[in-house]
Design a protein around this ligand. Structure first.
Ligand code: NOJ
Length: 741
């Protein structure tokens, strides 16, 4: 991966793309004569219909408040449908829109294709731990291909919400805590979904969500209040949304939360000032579900009509599921509360996207039962899923227990070990358990032979039923090695799945304690969607493999890593704290005026009952081989203006087998007009080295790398001294100093 290229993604938000000529992924400005001519003949009701998005309730992803969507389509009251798929069913609905409405404007079909459609990849937090941007892009290409073949046009992804909040269940849907990595992933997913040409029937329209800062709910409770400074918002939260838009995303979903007292759904600063005026976004903005109605509960709107008026006037183009536009917008236009221009602008944006998708040329281009059959769950897709799944796993601890030996009996313990359902995680698209070839248990059995595996359920993830403990202990006694699969029920992560504890739930850790006391080599495999407090597990287990919810091929992928067929290479994209009391804990923290440096000091920034440091830092992950880093070599120790320097290390594979290392560069600006993080990720490169092989990895540093929102909120670098670390994670690495003049 080229560093210069990477650095562009971290570019300042105030260096927004020219607003004069926003481009589609095809490089053309969005404008279609067909749309202009339609707008001239559409009635107000027909225009409003295009601004309405209703669920088919084929899948349920939120509260249902309306029935009879087919009749709504027929009467031109609904121009867009979500939660319905298959080439057949979408064709039936499309026929109603095309043949039975006056203007025959095709429907747009949306769905939550979040980490795969039929072939399910690991949950997104897991995928982000691969740090493999090409693989991330490829996962979106495959998801788009499968979903588009099932009649879909539009995915509600990428989810670009930065989060440092492990209590929040939706941290599993994003790319973790870091804006730099998050931006690369957001852009790659957008490119993967949309391809080079949106009208290609193998691609999907991307939707950047949840705009904005949904990942920072107070106390980690889903949908809760968000409040942060504009500076923090712009520096740490907005970059991934912006990166996806720069990559060509043509739709954005407003978030449920309020920001600075104004719900995102009616937040002009977000929709107009930043999104459209600064970033030049020319696609359309959709609400998140009943986000409009919810403004009544927020205490921001008097009633649903008022809420709709506030939303449309703030820049919302499409109303998902609240029916506020459907019920009240006509009257509001007639009374002058909403201008005709506002409605026309919204409809133009929506129809432009329909035109870009090629729907006016052929409304049925995405409904092909043949393609659906041919492109779904192919061997190639499943092979890729297995690879990505293994790449997403992070080896957190290994005292030599892994890779597992293939001789001798293995006790496999835990309900999750044999759960196909949990492999899929939350937001599993159209993924089905019947397409999972093996659970973790099944894959281990296949690997070493059924007679060599003793399975005991032990306990499940949530209950406090200990009746299976004796059986699990007996199994462990009979075995040479133990694999315990523990974690969270997959419904305990995702939307509306916040927790006040981040410990492994139920009595799983208690059982681990009992098993560990037997003195056998114990490997813990974790299935979960958030950073957990593993302080006790990390003491008890000989090895810990974070497998997340690894997807359709996750059973095989876990076995691939456990037995060493694949050398683990995942690195944490989010910090694992020691305990919940440390939250929020993230690698780009600042120093404070009293940093903790003296072990016994009282008046320094510390806890009395816990170290400040995480259990597992951002960027961390082990391998079955080991890598050695040379000191950092700078091409010069200072630079000015438009020039730059390189920082390089030589990395050597010191171990016995080939391995992939993610070489990471972090920077600190020592003195700024506003305080700066002690370390901030500014570059990385994944390299694969044979045993004994050495490679020099070089990062380019220029003013853009050092830029931030200065005190006056302009984006740029400030002269002065800097440190650069290059190493295997955010807490170690070799350091060098340089200056920028
Ligand atoms: C609500 C969720 O917040 C959002 O992510 C999803 O895309 C919509 N529901 C539609 O299902």
């Amino acid at each position: 991966m080229r560093r210069r290229h990477l650095l562009l993604f971290a570019a300042g938000l105030l260096l927004a793309a020219s607003c004069n000529s926003p481009k589609t992924t095809t490089g053309k400005t969005l404008s279609f004569p067909k749309v202009d001519s339609l707008l001239k003949v559409m009635t107000l009701e027909e225009k409003i219909g295009q601004m309405v998005l209703l669920t088919s309730d084929w899948s349920v992803t939120g509260p249902s408040i309306r029935e009879g969507y087919l009749e709504d389509i027929r009467r031109g009251r609904c121009g867009n449908i979500f939660n319905a798929y298959t080439a057949d069913y979408t064709r039936k609905m499309q026929e109603i829109a095309v043949n039975e409405t006056r203007l025959g404007i095709p429907l747009l079909f949306g769905y939550d294709v979040i980490h795969g459609f039929r072939t399910i990849f690991p949950v997104n937090l897991g995928i982000s731990c691969s740090w493999d941007i090409d693989a991330v892009r490829e996962s979106a290409v495959i998801a788009a291909r499968e979903a588009a073949a099932a009649g879909l046009h539009w995915t509600y992804s990428p989810m670009c919400d930065i989060s440092v909040e492990p209590r929040w269940g939706r941290i599993s849907e994003g790319a973790g805590e870091d804006p730099y990595l998050g931006s690369l992933i957001a852009a790659a997913m957008t490119e993967g979904y949309q391809g080079k040409d949106l009208s290609d029937p193998l691609t999907l329209l991307a939707c950047v969500k949840h705009y904005a800062a949904y990942g920072a709910p107070q106390a980690g409770r889903d949908y809760n209040t968000v409040d942060m400074s504009e500076r923090w918002l712009r520096e740490f939260y907005l970059p991934p949304y912006k990166a996806a838009i720069d990559a060509g995303a043509l739709s954005v979903m407003a978030s449920f939360n309020e920001l600075d007292g104004v719900p995102a759904t009616a937040n002009k600063h977000l929709m107009q000032d930043i999104l459209r005026d600064e970033w030049g976004f020319q696609g359309f903005v959709v609400t998140d579900y009943t986000g409009i109605n919810e403004m009544v509960c927020h205490g921001y709107a008097e009633d649903e009509a008022d809420a709709g008026r506030l939303a449309v006037n703030a820049g919302i183009d499409m109303d998902m599921q609240s029916a506020s536009f459907l019920n009240y917008l006509k009257e509001q236009v007639e009374s002058g509360e909403v201008s005709m221009k506002t409605v026309d602008d919204a409809v133009r944006r929506i129809l432009n996207v329909k035109a870009a998708l090629g729907l006016f040329d052929d409304p049925y281009r995405y409904c092909s039962p043949e393609r659906e059959k041919e492109l779904t769950l192919t061997e190639e897709n499943l092979r890729f899923a297995r690879k990505l799944s293994a790449e997403s796993m992070v080896l957190l601890k290994n005292d030599g227990v892994l890779p597992l030996k293939t001789e001798g009996k293995i006790a496999v313990i835990g309900a999750l070990a044999d759960s196909a359902d949990d492999l899929l995680g939350s937001w599993r698209g159209a993924g089905e358990v019947q397409h999972i070839p093996r659970t973790i248990l099944g894959a281990i059995r296949e690997k070493v032979g059924e007679k060599n595996v003793i399975y005991a359920r032990g306990c499940d993830e949530l209950s406090d039923d200990r009746s299976g403990f004796a059986g699990a202990i007996a199994a462990a006694i009979l075995a040479k090695q133990v694999v315990m699969v523990i974690g969270e029920d997959c419904q305990w992560t995702g939307e509306a799945a916040s927790r006040t504890s981040i410990k492994v739930p139920g009595v799983q850790t208690e059982l681990l304690r009992r098993i560990a006391a037997l003195g056998k080599p114990v490997t813990v495999v974790l299935m979960n969607g958030r950073p957990l407090d593993l302080s006790e597990e990390s003491e008890l287990a000989g090895a810990i493999l974070e497998a997340w919810y690894p997807g359709t091929m996750g059973g095989y992928a876990v076995a691939d890593v456990l037995f060493g067929d694949v050398n683990p290479s995942g690195r944490l994209s989010v910090t694992f704290p020691r305990n919940l009391g440390q939250v929020p804990l993230y690698h780009y923290a600042k120093n404070t005026g009293r940093p903790y440096v003296h072990p016994e000091a009282k008046y320094e920034s510390r806890y009395l009952d816990s170290p400040n440091t995480p259990l597992y830092p951002f960027g961390y992950g082990l391998s079955y081989t080991s890598f050695d880093y040379s000191p950092v070599a700078l091409s010069a120790d200072s630079f000015t203006g438009d020039s730059g320097i390189t920082a390089a290390v030589t990395v050597t594979n010191k171990g016995p087998r080939e391995g992939t290392e993610t070489v990471q560069m972090y920077i600190r600006d020592l003195v700024g007009s506003v305080t700066r993080p002690v370390r901030q990720l500014k570059g990385f490169e994944r390299i694969t080295l044979a045993p004994g092989e050495a490679r020099t990895v070089e990062f380019y540093i220029d003013a853009e790398t050092l830029s931030f929102y200065r005190q006056d909120m302009t984006w740029g670098a400030e002269p002065g001294g800097f440190n650069v670390w290059i190493g295997p994670d955010s807490s170690t690495g070799n350091v060098a100093g340089f200056s920028y003049r």
